[in-house]
Design a protein around this ligand. Structure first.
Ligand code: AMP
Ligand code: TRP
Length: 325
């Protein structure tokens, strides 16, 4: 069983949605399965980040977040997507079996188009590159948040179409791995937590910035003495850091009335700080070791490349590209 996933380098540190929806599962799965690959999706970041220095910094940030969260280069292969450029060749092959209609239905493309943005071909093709990421390594299981489910379904579709077109089994169909509880972590405004909505709480933000985000979580105007609806962002976020009995207790307190949103936010802030404290320390240690991190990524790319090579060769042979083998 091979596990694989990736994260786009688009900011200073990952947010609670990335952590609970994806990264936390990456760490758990690295314990469970021997064969796990996690990469920094720097090619994907090109659809939004248009600055070389920024991309380098953001990519380093994802590496730091991976290591800080507990990904271990001795257990999982950590690498930069662009260090195995063969993924671009597979992307091309897959584009030739991908109907336009499939890509036109992709959420990210539809949202950008509906907002009247100038959509470039990169954004349109984004799901094909993502499929190539997964298929190039014969991944079986892909841990992601709910927002990526459609992309995994498309990946399966493309793999099937390629295998069918060339009457081969060159590509393996992957399964998504989505945790129900944390499939969609809400942001401070109650919508999905996302950098593009400017509603994130970052894992490693400074104390002051964290306080500002947490205190800014939108709540309704129910008076303190009245019962509160616990199906709202502030409680859902608090739940991420609580045990099941603590959650039940919180529901009781909320229903009894007398619980202020401010108090819940203060508890949430202190839990976030405590929860991430050991990771924050680890991250600070790694920050002083950029050369070691480069070496980890270099080794990772070597291992990833060795897995990719025969898979790509299988696709080339099946489709009659290059020298006959
Ligand atoms: P990205 O930063 O877009 O590359 O996302 C990295 C991973 O985090 C993907 O698996 C996403 O599905 C996941 N993710 C992003 N936002 C959320 C969220 N609000 N809730 C749950 N998972 C999320
Ligand atoms: N598209 C994913 C996101 O935005 C990141 C990603 C790129 C990915 N390639 C992948 C995730 C392959 C899983 C597998 O979150």
């Amino acid at each position: 069983m091979r596990v694989l996933s990736g994260t786009k380098p688009t900011g200073d540190s990952l947010h609670l949605g990335n952590y609970f929806g994806a990264l936390k599962q990456f760490v758990l799965l690295q314990e469970k399965y021997e064969d796990a690959l996690y990469f920094i999706a720097d090619y994907h970041s090109m659809t939004t980040v248009r600055d070389a220095e920024l991309r380098r910094r953001y990519s380093m940030n994802v590496a730091l977040d991976y290591l800080a969260a507990g990904l271990d280069p001795d257990r999982a292969v950590l690498f930069r997507q662009s260090d195995v450029p063969e993924v671009c060749e597979l992307t091309w092959m897959l584009t030739t079996v991908t109907p336009m209609g499939m890509l036109e239905r992709a959420h990210a493309y539809k949202a950008a188009k509906d907002q009247g943005e100038n959509v470039d071909h990169g954004l349109f093709t984004y799901p094909v590159l993502m499929a190539a990421d997964i298929l190039l390594y014969h991944a079986d299981l892909v841990p992601v948040g709910q927002d990526q489910k459609q992309h995994i379904e498309m990946t399966r579709d493309m793999a099937q179409r390629f295998n069918h077109a060339y009457d081969c089994e060159a590509l393996v169909l992957p399964e998504p791995y989505i945790m129900d509880d944390t499939a969609t972590v809400p942001g401070t405004d109650g919508r999905k937590m996302s950098k593009s909505y400017d509603n994130t709480i970052q894992m490693f933000a400074g104390k002051k910035a964290l306080k500002k985000s947490v205190m800014g979580i939108q709540t309704d105007s129910t008076p303190v003495e009245e019962a509160k609806d616990t199906d709202t962002a502030v409680f859902q976020l608090w739940n991420l850091f609580a045990t099941p009995p603590e959650r039940e207790d919180m529901v009781e307190r909320a229903q009894a009335g007398g619980l202020g949103y401010g108090d819940v936010k203060k508890e949430l802030l202190s839990r976030i700080l405590d929860y991430f404290a050991p990771m924050r320390e680890r991250r600070e240690r790694f920050e002083g070791q950029p050369k070691e991190i480069e070496e980890i990524l270099r080794q990772g790319a070597k291992q990833a490349g060795a897995i990719a090579e025969p898979v790509l060769e299988g696709c080339r042979q099946a489709s009659g590209l290059g020298r006959p083998g």
